[in-house]
Design a protein around this ligand. Structure first.
Ligand SMILES: Nc1ncnc2c1ncn2[C@@H]1O[C@H](COP(=O)(O)OP(=O)(O)OP(=O)(O)O)[C@@H](O)[C@H]1O
Length: 942
């Protein structure tokens, strides 16, 4: 039996990776499987020279080359594929080999594999093929090893511990011995080794049939090398023995064939050795030199192929030496490993012994400690039981003591509560008195405000009040001291019950005395109150007198202003609009006499507060009727021949339109100055009739006979008036509104005619464009509005300064209002020229001379508008300082003019009379002279 067959490895299904295609390199099991496969292949095809540690890629490269399958098949079933070349790389040759292999499989009746899969080089198919071949052609080997290998499918023959050497290693060491196994030979029915086994000395007599059988390529291919060498040796020996050295031709042919076969095998093995040398070179540097020798020898072998016997021997020798060395090294490694193992075992044992010893010592110590701990814990337990008993007794005692003390404390607390209740009562009474005192103080403060002018009496009351306060303070101090002493006593109460009872008595006594004192104080208070009442009544009377005096004063002041011709300024503060959450007002104080104090939160100290004084201030609650009540006399003035101008000035959204016109869709009660003035005017007047020219282009004059006529005209004006929503007022007027009524009449008493006008002006509001957030057309409007208002400001400034030049012509607004803002006494030639021009243009808007002018100054109370409000008020202050001179009625002017005319007629008639008289005197004088001359000639003395 072939020795190789004994350890012939088996590949089985599990050798092949389950997913079929590759051996997963990470798995050691796969490495094992791959090793087995390589080993199997190397046994079947010794010239394959597949390294045992071939990588997946290398293995794939071998297997997918169809020639490997062909060669395996040929090996297992010799002669199945008659010709196949050396391993090829081109895909075309591979596909040829594949088709050859498949047709051979078909012929043998083996399962058909897909050619396409094989050509693709699918590892799974290749491995399946190998498995099929093994199953069909290695049954005996399989059977012989089956029982031992079923449970142990693969033995790593490369392992040093393995009993038998690796088949693959053996193949490497003795490539020449890589021959078909006996099993294989038996199986195929050719006993090639027998073909070449001849009796000694019979080679020369070998029959021709036998020689031709031996020379068959099959026989040569399959014969073991040893047999071939035997044949060569036999023939050579025989030829040497035969002295002439001749050998028959057919034997020489056989010898050549056998030698060629040996040569071929040697060259294959030489090639194999070269490959192996390269592999070893790469893997182990220390074998370099030896491998080089081997290479040199192998190279020499190929050159000296003519002397096959020597080459074979040398190669064999080298092989054997090399194998020996390897074996020695292996042995020394094994020895070293065994030594190390022994040392390791000794160390392990020693360590184990130490550990056991230590563990025993520790165990003993632990036992001791445990016993000691148990003893101690028993002792402590008994001690603890004793002390626990003791503590429990003590606790019981303490609890009973505590209960007693608690009862005592409760008693004391009850008593203390009673005392506190009494004290609270007394304190409440004190508080009541204090609140009464507070009320009295309040009343006194109020009175103080009222009696500003009566300081002497007020001081008296204050001193009395101070005296009363002192008394109250004394009482408070007394009460405080009593309270403190009670507190101290209360503290002592907690500690000493007896002392506490005494203190309580004292406290009660003190409380009674306080009560008595309080009753006394109450009495003195009521007396003080009655005295105070009489004094307040006296003060009230005085205050009434004072008010009437004030009213008189104001009237006189107004008359004085009227005489001076000051512009009247009425300031009105509108209420906060509904929905405004922040209701902090910039207006801090509104006095009855026209004082107003405003606060500017952006300023500090004195700067923050500013007070102004005007003819009248209307607070947020003032009604339209109340506002008009003070304006009404001016309307009467119109019909008395005075020019009247009422204009509303103020920041945007401050209520100008509201004052002048009223709200949208106003009820009668909400009518503004315009409506009310017109109503009054028409109620008083009978006619008007003459049309007049105006300073405003496109404006026209219309005869009106009743209020509704004017209201109709006003509604046309309102429609024409630009309006728009801004961030500050959703119905902001974007232009000035001027309603001018020209009145003409005749004074029936004096038969004099009057001519006057009433201007009702609702100015567009000044606005800071950053706050009104206007853009585009709204922005342009705002710029125009601010420009015309600034022109109005310039006019007012010039008038207030009594400047020679007043710039009326800087805007249409000031031109329209010129008749109401002219200052007559100091009129310069230029202003006279302007007036003349105005008269020509506006057809005597100004015919009545100076006007009575009233300006409503509107304020928005919003604190955010403080800056605008203050600048508005400053402007108004300046306006109120403007003196236009005493207003004159056109009627007065007419009277003067008539008198002047009469006077001039009289003067001229007097002049005529005087001239006549002078002529008469002259004539008489001449007559007298003539008479004297004639008398002198005749009578010189007559
Ligand atoms: N005395 C007031 N009582 C109640 N509401 C008022 C009063 N004054 C003004 N308002 C309201 O305040 C808002 C602004 O008033 P108004 O339109 O008259 O301001 P304006 O000064 O004419 O503003 P603009 O210059 O932008 O035209 C309006 O809704 C108006 O009804």
């Amino acid at each position: 039996m072939d020795p190789l067959a004994k350890d012939y490895p088996r590949i089985n299904r599990s050798t092949i990776s389950t997913n079929g295609d590759v051996f997963e390199p990470s798995s050691s099991n796969n490495a094992k499987q791959r090793g087995t496969l390589v080993e199997w292949l190397n046994c079947v095809l010794p010239d394959l020279n597949l390294p045992i540690n071939a990588s997946d890629e290398e293995l794939r490269a071998f297997l997918v080359d169809g020639s490997v399958l062909c060669r395996v098949l040929n090996k297992l079933k010799p002669g199945t594929i008659t010709e196949f070349g050396a391993p090829v790389s081109s895909s075309q040759s591979r596909s040829e080999n594949v088709s050859r292999f498949l047709s051979a499989m078909d012929k043998l009746g083996l399962p058909r594999f897909q050619a396409a899969d094989l050509e693709k080089g699918s590892m799974k198919i290749v491995l399946d093929c190998l498995l099929t071949l093994q199953t069909h052609f290695l049954p005996t080997i399989g059977r012989s090893n089956e029982s031992t290998q079923r449970d142990e499918p693969f033995r790593m023959l490369t392992s040093p511990s393995s009993a038998s050497d690796s088949k693959f290693q053996r193949v490497l060491r003795s490539p020449i011995r890589a021959e078909p196994s006996a099993a294989l030979i038996n199986h195929v029915g050719h006993k090639f080794h027998e073909v070449f086994q001849l009796k000694q000395g019979s080679y020369t007599d070998i029959p021709a049939a036998k020689i031709s059988e031996m020379m068959k390529s099959n026989s040569l291919d399959n014969a073991p090398t040893q047999s071939l060498l035997c044949v060569v040796n036999g023939i050579l020996d025989e030829s040497i023995e035969r002295k002439n050295g001749e050998i028959p031709h057919r034997v020489a042919c056989l010898l050549r064939k056998v030698v060629q076969e040996i040569e071929r095998r040697i060259s294959t093995q030489a090639e194999h050795l070269r490959t192996q040398n390269n592999l070893f070179k790469a893997r182990e540097e220390k074998y370099q030199s030896r491998i080089r020798v081997l290479e040199a020898l192998a190279a020499g072998t190929s050159e000296e192929a003519q002397s096959p016997r020597n080459n074979i021997e040398v190669t064999k020798k080298v092989e054997e030496q090399y194998a020996e060395r390897l074996m020695k090294e292996k042995e020394s490694y094994n020895q070293e490993i065994a030594k190390l193992k022994q040392e390791l075992e000794i160390a392990r044992r020693k360590h184990e012994e130490d550990y056991n010893h230590e563990a025993a010592v520790l165990k003993q110590e632990l036992e001791k400690a445990k016993r000691k701990y148990e003893e101690q814990s028993l002792h402590l337990k008994s001690e603890a039981t004793g002390s626990q008993q003791e503590l429990e007794n003590k606790l019981k005692e303490t609890v009973s003591q505590l209960t007693e003390s608690r009862n005592e404390v409760k008693e004391l607390e009850n008593k203390q509560k009673e005392a506190v209740r009494q004290l609270t009562e007394s304190t409440n009474k004190v508080k009541e008195l204090e609140s009464k005192q507070q009320e009295a103080v309040n009343q006194l403060t109020e009175s103080r405000n009222k009696v500003k002018e009566l300081e002497a009496k007020h001081d008296e009351a204050v001193s009395q009040l101070a005296a009363t306060r002192n008394k109250v303070k004394e009482l408070e101090a007394f009460s405080e001291s009593k309270y403190q002493s009670w507190s101290k006593k209360q503290h002592v109460y907690h500690r000493f019950t007896k002392v506490q009872l005494g203190a309580l008595r004292e406290l009660r006594f003190a409380s009674d005395s306080i009560r008595q004192e309080l009753v006394g104080a109450q009495k003195s208070y009521s007396e003080d109150f009655s005295t105070l009442g009489t004094r307040i009544k006296a003060m009230d009377d005085a205050a009434k007198n004072y008010h009437s005096l004030l009213a008189e004063n104001r009237k006189m002041h107004n008359e004085l202003q009227e005489l001076k011709g000051n512009i009247r300024v009425y300031c009105r503060v509108r209420p906060f609009l509904p929905g405004v959450k922040q209701k902090q007002s910039t207006v801090e104080y509104i006095g009855e006499n026209g004082e107003i104090v405003v606060v500017n939160p952006s300023k500090q100290g004195k700067e923050a507060r500013r007070s102004f004084k005007f003819n009248k201030i209307y607070g947020p609650t003032a009604t339209q009727a109340e506002v008009f009540a003070d304006t009404q006399p001016l309307i009467q003035s119109v019909l008395d021949g005075y020019n009247v101008c009422i204009l509303a000035y103020g920041q945007t959204g401050s209520g100008k339109t509201y004052t002048m016109t009223g709200p949208d869709g106003a009820s009668e009660a909400e009518w503004g100055v315009n409506y009310r003035a017109l109503n009054d005017l028409f109620r008083i007047s009978q006619t008007t009739t003459q049309p007049n020219g105006l300073a405003v282009p496109d404006a026209s004059i219309h005869p009106v006979s009743k209020t509704s006529d004017v209201l109709d005209l006003m509604s046309i004006g309102l429609k024409n008036r630009a309006r728009g929503a801004t961030a500050l007022n959703e119905r902001s007027s974007r232009s000035h509104s001027v309603v001018s009524i020209h009145a003409r009449g005749t004074d029936l008493k004096g038969n004099s005619s009057i001519r006057s006008s009433l201007h009702l002006v609702d100015l567009a509001g000044s606005e800071r464009v950053d706050r009104s957030e206007v853009t585009g057309d709204r922005l342009k409007e705002a710029q125009h509005i601010n420009k015309s208002l600034s022109a109005l400001g310039d006019v007012i400034f010039a008038l207030a300064q009594k400047n020679a030049h007043v710039p009326y012509r800087n805007s249409k607004l000031t031109q329209v209002l010129q008749s109401s803002l002219v200052y007559s006494p100091n009129s310069t030639s230029e202003n006279k020229k302007n007036e003349k021009l105005m008269r020509n243009k506006s057809c005597s808007l100004n015919t009545g001379g100076q006007a009575k002018t009233l300006m409503f100054v509107q304020l928005n109370p919003d604190i955010g508008s403080a800056t605008e409000s203050i600048s508005t008020l400053k402007f108004a202050e300046r306006v109120s300082g403007v003196e236009l001179g005493a207003a004159k009625s056109s009627k007065d002017v007419r009277d003067v003019r008539d008198l002047m005319e009469q006077a001039s007629i009289l003067v001229s008639s007097l002049k005529d009379t005087i001239a006549e008289k002078d002529e008469e005197i002259e004539r008489l004088q001449r007559l007298k002279d003539l008479k004297n001359m004639s008398t002198g000639e005749q009578l010189p003395t007559s």
